[in-house]
Structures are given as structure tokens and as C-alpha cells.
Design a protein around this ligand. Structure first.
Ligand SMILES: Cc1cc2nc3c(=O)[nH]c(=O)nc-3n(C[C@H](O)[C@H](O)[C@H](O)COP(=O)(O)OP(=O)(O)OC[C@H]3O[C@@H](n4cnc5c(N)ncnc54)[C@H](O)[C@@H]3O)c2cc1C
Length: 299
């Protein structure tokens, strides 16, 4: 398989622990972890992998991923720092999929552009953010995305408008077209006061530090917000705060987070999530839906 990476010019690692590439710090080895540097390399790599029938999974910063304990017997493609250009022209900021939302928000602030303050503390990449329609404190990426450029099922480069990206709460058209790969997006922002933007970002960061268990590895909110409820409140009201399975725990600081207290496995997290879902269903009749995406976990 290594000859594929060489032919496509894509840097790669072998038997790379996914725990080192997910914010949960969970996951066995990926047979290969590939780090393409541009869309041409990415398309030729995927074309070659498909031709040989080799499975692959595209990830961003791994901040919304639960990876299998057995790892992934295929190629995990990481769009990261090598795929992270950010440019600004007037009010429009264009970023590649691997650019971090924090860096993008910081760049916008430096350029005196408002609209991305909410995204500063979200530890994902633009690709993962668009895929998930990441949002916080009343803002969502859907509010600012003007276009998304992606590789379609035939590895052709296409562009969708924000409207065509069909953003919904924690979702987009890319969730129902999992073979499409987000390459970049244009974000339409508004002129603003740099100091006011900086202050707003500082304020939101302080609110996060105050409320969220940032001292432990996690994947952020484990469950989506059910219509008419707050997942964290339902979980807390079921008396589950602090409940632990192996190394996975319902955070004592914020019940909406499952945290890795040390040595948690994917199996621990899934078992804990099962217990949470059962309790919330039995007590309140509400079905919780996982927000965290799975990598290599057989459903
Ligand atoms: C401490 C903490 C706080 C968080 N706070 C928030 C928050 O406030 N709001 C919020 O919305 N989320 C939050 N999250 C969750 C997470 O940061 C977001 O969901 C983020 O958008 C995920 O981006 P990522 O690059 O890490 O994606 P990954 O976790 O790498 O991937 C997530 C999904 O996106 C897909 N994907 C990634 N890149 C691409 C691409 N280029 N093309 C196609 N598919 C792709 C992957 O296949 C996967 O299915 C938090 C997480 C943590 C750990």
C-alpha cells in the first residue's frame, strides 16, 4: 500500500495511534494515517484507494470523534496543518478544510471582521465545522458560510452555496453524502471593531472555562440538544452526574460532557452512553441522539 502514498506524493504514518489524533485521547492504531497537502494529492490518493478497494476515513481535528479501540484497518486521511490556508479579501474570508476554527476566528478579528467570535473556542477544523454546522453561544457556521467547495463522489471539484449546503442543527448535506470531502469554504463576515471582537472572544472563552471540563479529554457535548430540552439537564436530573464506566465519566462539571478521566476506552464511552440513553428514556421518555461521530466502530 505504501507505493500508493509515494505515487501520490502524500506524507503518511504507519500504525499511528488514533488516541494521538482525537481530543478524547481514545482509539487504537490506524493502519495508515495520510496527510495530503492539497486537493490534487487528496483526489489522487482517494482515486487510488478506491481502485484497490482500500477503506478510508476523512477526519479533521478529531474533536468530535470517538475512535474504535481496535483502531482502523484502512487509511485515515487527516486534513490538518498542511491543508490550512486562510485568505481574506474584503469581507470574505476563505479557508481550507484543515484550518482550525480558532485560527480562522483570530484571523477575522485581526482583520476587523465580525461574525466568527462564537467559533473561537470550538476546537475543530473548518471541514469538521461545516460537516457538523458547529455552533455556540447563539452562532452557527451556517450564519456565515457563503460557499463550500468539495470533492464529489466522482472526485470532481464542486461548489455549493450556503443555502445548498442544507445546514441544520449540528448537520449539513455532507452528513448524508459521506463520500464528499470538504476542501474549503468562503465565509461572509461584517466589518467590526477589532477591540470589541477581541473582548467578545475573551468573554466567550471565560464562559467556556467556567462551565466546561476543559481539563479532561472529551469530544465536547456528547449528545445533541433534544427538541424542547437540554441534554445536560436531563442527564443531571436522572442523577447521573459523575457516573463512571471504566475511565469514562459523566463530567462532574457539565453533565452534557462525557470525559476521559484516564485510560478510558471506546467501549467504556459507548457503555456509559448506553446507560445515559436508557436512563433518560426511562425517566423522561426522551431519546438522546449522539452528537459525537464514530471512527471504525462497527454499528
Ligand atoms: C472541549 C470541546 C468543546 C467543544 N465545543 C463545541 C461547541 O461549542 N460547538 C460545537 O458545535 N462543537 C463543539 N465541539 C465539538 C467539535 O469541536 C465540533 O464538532 C467540530 O466542528 C469538529 O471538527 P473537527 O475538525 O474536529 O472534526 P472531526 O472530529 O475530525 O470530524 C467530525 C466529522 O466531520 C467529518 N469531517 C471532518 N472534516 C471533513 C472534511 N474535510 N470533509 C468531509 N467530512 C469531514 C468527519 O468525517 C467526522 O464525521 C467541542 C469539542 C470539544 C472537545
Amino acid at each position: 500500500m505504501k507505493d500508493i502514498f509515494t505515487a501520490c506524493g502524500v506524507p503518511f504514518k504507519e500504525n499511528e495511534p488514533l488516541a494521538n489524533h482525537t481530543s478524547f485521547r481514545i482509539g487504537g492504531p490506524a493502519r495508515y494515517l495520510a496527510e495530503p497537502e492539497n486537493a490534487v494529492q487528496l483526489a489522487s490518493l482517494i482515486g487510488a484507494l478506491r481502485e484497490k478497494g482500500i477503506r478510508y476515513f476523512v477526519k479533521g481535528n478529531g474533536s468530535n470523534l470517538l475512535a474504535a479501540d481496535a483502531g482502523y484497518d484502512g487509511v485515515v486521511i487527516e486534513l490538518g496543518v498542511r491543508f490550512a490556508e486562510i485568505t481574506v479579501e474584503g469581507n470574505v474570508l476563505t479557508a481550507q478544510a484543515g484550518a482550525l476554527l480558532s485560527k480562522i476566528a483570530h484571523t477575522a478579528m485581526e482583520q476587523g471582521l465580525t461574525g466568527l467570535e462564537f467559533a473561537h473556542g470550538i476546537p475543530g477544523s473548518l471541514g469538521g465545522g461545516v460537516f457538523m454546522n458547529a455552533g455556540a453561544y447563539g452562532g452557527e457556521l451556517k450564519d456565515v458560510v457563503r460557499t463550500v467547495t468539495y470533492l464529489d463522489s466522482d472526485l470532481q471539484i464542486r461548489t455549493l452555496t450556503g443555502k445548498e449546503a442544507a445546514f441544520v442543527y449540528r448537520g449539513s448535506i455532507f452528513k448524508s453524502h459521506r463520500d464528499w470531502i470538504i476542501l474549503s469554504a468562503e465565509l461572509e463576515l461584517q466589518p467590526g471593531d477589532r477591540e470589541a471582537i477581541r473582548e467578545q472572544m475573551r468573554d466567550l472563552a471565560a464562559r467556556r472555562r467556567d462551565k466546561q471540563p476543559l481539563e479532561y479529554p472529551s469530544a465536547g457535548s456528547t449528545f445533541k440538544r433534544p427538541e424542547g430540552y437540554f441534554a445536560a439537564k436531563l442527564i443531571e436530573d436522572c442523577g447521573l452526574k459523575g457516573l463512571q464506566v471504566g475511565g469514562a465519566q459523566v463530567s462532574e462539571k457539565h453533565s452534557g460532557f462525557v470525559v476521559n478521566k484516564g485510560g478510558a476506552t471506546c467501549a467504556d464511552v459507548l457503555a456509559l452512553c448506553g446507560r445515559i440513553c436508557d436512563a433518560v428514556m426511562n425517566t423522561y421518555g426522551v431519546a438522546l441522539e449522539r452528537e459525537v461521530e464514530l471512527l471504525g466502530v462497527e454499528a
